[in-house]
Design a protein around this ligand. Structure first.
Ligand code: 6PG
Length: 476
C-alpha cells in the first residue's frame, strides 16, 4: 500500500482532481466502476505523476496507505450511497471518506453520523471551479471532523488554488458544514449570473446594443470593481459568433435556464432558517420562469405591455448606471448569502468563520472575484459583522451607486424589461435600512383575526386587543 490518496469516480471532475493530486507529487490510486475510464486516465496522463490503477474496489482500498483517504467523485445522490456501501466494509477505523460531489447537506449529515458510528471519518467536501479548477486548483470547502482535517488538510491545501500564496481551502466546520457552504456558494453563483444577465438584457433590449458591443462593455467592467471570473467569461461568450448562422452565439441559445438543484436547496434552507436571501431566490425563480414554457406561451402577445421606451440621452451614463446597479445588487446577494451561513452556523452549531469562507472563495471557484478581498477584509475588521452590507466599506460603495440603481430599476420597470434580481435587491436594501416597516400593520391584522398578539413600541410585554368586543387592550 503506497498510494497517499485515492479517487473513485473518474468522470471529468474526478479525473481532473486525480491528475491534480498526481501533478502535485501525491501517489494516487484511481478507480472507476467501469475500468475503461481508469485505464484511459492512466494511459493518457500516466506521465504527469504516479497513478496506481485499481480494477476493483478491493484493490483500490488495498493500494492506500493508512489512514486511507478516499475521494468519492460521483453524481450526488443514490450513486454516492452505493459507493459508500461498497467502500465501508473494506475500510478500517480512522480511514477518511471524502465526498467531493455537490451533495445536499442533510445527506452529508446523515452519512457522517453513520460512518462515525463505525469509527470512520466522512468529509462532505465542497469543490468549486468546474473542470479546469479541479485540474489546476479549485476552491475546496471540507467539513467533517477537525481530526480528519489534520490529516487531509495539508493534501487539499496543496492542490487548491492559491491567492497571494494563501490556499483556497480551509476547515469549514463539522458534519455537513462543507457541503452547506458549497451550496450557498452556488446560490450566490445563481444570483451573480442572473444579475449579469439582467445587465446584459438592459443594454441589449434597452439600448439596442449588439452582443459583441456588450461583450466589450463587460471586458471593460472586468478591469474595475466588478472584476470576476463570471464577468470575464460573459465577455467571452458575448464576443463569440455562432459558426452555423454567423450571428451572435447567444442569439441561438434557447432561453430556458436549467439547474441541478443547489440553488433550489439554498432557497429551501433559507426559508427554513427564515433568512431573506431575496437575490438568490429571485435568481432561482427567474430560471424557473424561463423554463415555464406553457405559461410563457400563454402570456406572450396576450398580456398587455404598456411600456415606455427607455429614455436615454447619454448612453455612456446609462451603461455606467447599469454597472453601479450591478455592483450594488451583487453586494446585497453576497450579504444575504453570508447571513444564511451565519444563521445555519448558529442553528446547527457549526462555528463557521465567514471571513475564512470569503478568503477561500477569492480563487479557484466560480464566484471568484476581486470583491471577495473586500469581504475578507470586512470580516477581519469585525468577525461577527451583523450585516455585510452595513460594513463601512460596502455601505459607502453602495451609497455611491444607489442613485444609479434607482434610475436603472425605474427605467427597466417603465420599459417592461424584467429585472427581478436588481429590483428585489433594491427593495431589500430599502427594507433593511428602513427605520420603520409596515410589519406593524401585519401584526395588528394578525391580532385582529387570530388573536396572535403584538408587541408595543412604547412598553415591554405582549398584548392583545379585544377586536370583536369593546376593543380594550389586555396584556397576554
Ligand atoms: C462550481 C459550480 C458547479 C456546477 C454547478 C452548476 O462551483 O464549480 O457551481 O458545482 O457547475 O453545480 O449548477 P447548476 O447546474 O445548478 O446551474
Amino acid at each position: 500500500a503506497r498510494a497517499q490518496i485515492g479517487v473513485t469516480g473518474l468522470a471529468v471532475m474526478g479525473r481532473n482532481l486525480a491528475r491534480n493530486f498526481a501533478r502535485n507529487g501525491f501517489v494516487v490510486a484511481v478507480h472507476n466502476r467501469s475500468v475503461g475510464r481508469m485505464r484511459s486516465l492512466v494511459a493518457e496522463h500516466g506521465g504527469e505523476g504516479e497513478f496506481v490503477g485499481a480494477e476493483s474496489m478491493a484493490d483500490f482500498v488495498a493500494a492506500l496507505e493508512r489512514p486511507r483517504k478516499v475521494v468519492v467523485m460521483v453524481k450526488a445522490g443514490a450513486a454516492t450511497d452505493a459507493v459508500i456501501d461498497e467502500l465501508v466494509p473494506l475500510l478500517e477505523p480512522g480511514d477518511i471518506v471524502i465526498d467531493a460531489g455537490n451533495a445536499h447537506f442533510p445527506d452529508t449529515v446523515r452519512r457522517e453520523a453513520a460512518l462515525a458510528g463505525r469509527g470512520l471519518h466522512f468529509v462532505g467536501c465542497g469543490v468549486s471551479g468546474g473542470e479546469e479548477g479541479a485540474l489546476l486548483g479549485p476552491s475546496i470547502m471540507p467539513g467533517g471532523s477537525r481530526e480528519s482535517y489534520e490529516v487531509l488538510g495539508p493534501i487539499l491545501e496543496k492542490v487548491a488554488a492559491t491567492v497571494d500564496g494563501v490556499p483556497c481551502c480551509t476547515y469549514v466546520g463539522p458534519q455537513g458544514a462543507g457541503h452547506f457552504v458549497k451550496m450557498v456558494h452556488n446560490g450566490i453563483e445563481y444570483a451573480d449570473m442572473q444579475l449579469i444577465a439582467e445587465a446584459y438584457d438592459l443594454l441589449r433590449q434597452g439600448l439596442g446594443m449588439s452582443a459583441a458591443e456588450i461583450g466589450e462593455v463587460f471586458a471593460q467592467w472586468n478591469t474595475g470593481d466588478l472584476e470576476s471570473f463570471l464577468i470575464e467569461i460573459t465577455a467571452d461568450v458575448l464576443a463569440h459568433t455562432d459558426p452555423l448562422t454567423g450571428g451572435a452565439f447567444v442569439d441561438v441559445v434557447a432561453d430556458r435556464a436549467e439547474q441541478k438543484g443547489t440553488g433550489r436547496w439554498t432557497v429551501q434552507n433559507a426559508l427554513d432558517l427564515g433568512v431573506p436571501i431575496t437575490g438568490i431566490a429571485e435568481a432561482t425563480f427567474a430560471r424557473a420562469l424561463s423554463g415555464s414554457v406553457p405559461q410563457r406561451a400563454a402570456a406572450v402577445g396576450v398580456l398587455a405591455a404598456d411600456t415606455v421606451a427607455l429614455q436615454v440621452d447619454d448612453r455612456d451614463a446609462f451603461v455606467e448606471d447599469v454597472r453601479r446597479a450591478l455592483y450594488a445588487s451583487k453586494v446585497v446577494a453576497y450579504s444575504q448569502g453570508f447571513d444564511q451561513i451565519a444563521a445555519a452556523s448558529a442553528q446547527y452549531g457549526w462555528g463557521i468563520d465567514r471571513g475564512a469562507m470569503a478568503r477561500i472563495w477569492r480563487g479557484g471557484c466560480i464566484i471568484r472575484a476581486r470583491f471577495l478581498d473586500r469581504i475578507t477584509q470586512a470580516y477581519e475588521r469585525e468577525a461577527d459583522l451583523p450585516l455585510l452590507l452595513a460594513d463601512p466599506y460596502f455601505a459607502d460603495a453602495v451609497a455611491q451607486g444607489v442613485g444609479a440603481w434607482r434610475r436603472v430599476v425605474s427605467a427597466a420597470t417603465l420599459a417592461g424589461i424584467p429585472t427581478p434580481a436588481f429590483s428585489s435587491s433594491l427593495a431589500y436594501y430599502d427594507g433593511v435600512r428602513a427605520e420603520r416597516l409596515p410589519a406593524n400593520l401585519i401584526q395588528a391584522q394578525r391580532d385582529f383575526f387570530g388573536a396572535h398578539t403584538y408587541a408595543r413600541t412604547d412598553r415591554p410585554g405582549t398584548f392583545h386587543t379585544d377586536w370583536s368586543g369593546d376593543r380594550t387592550e389586555t396584556e397576554a
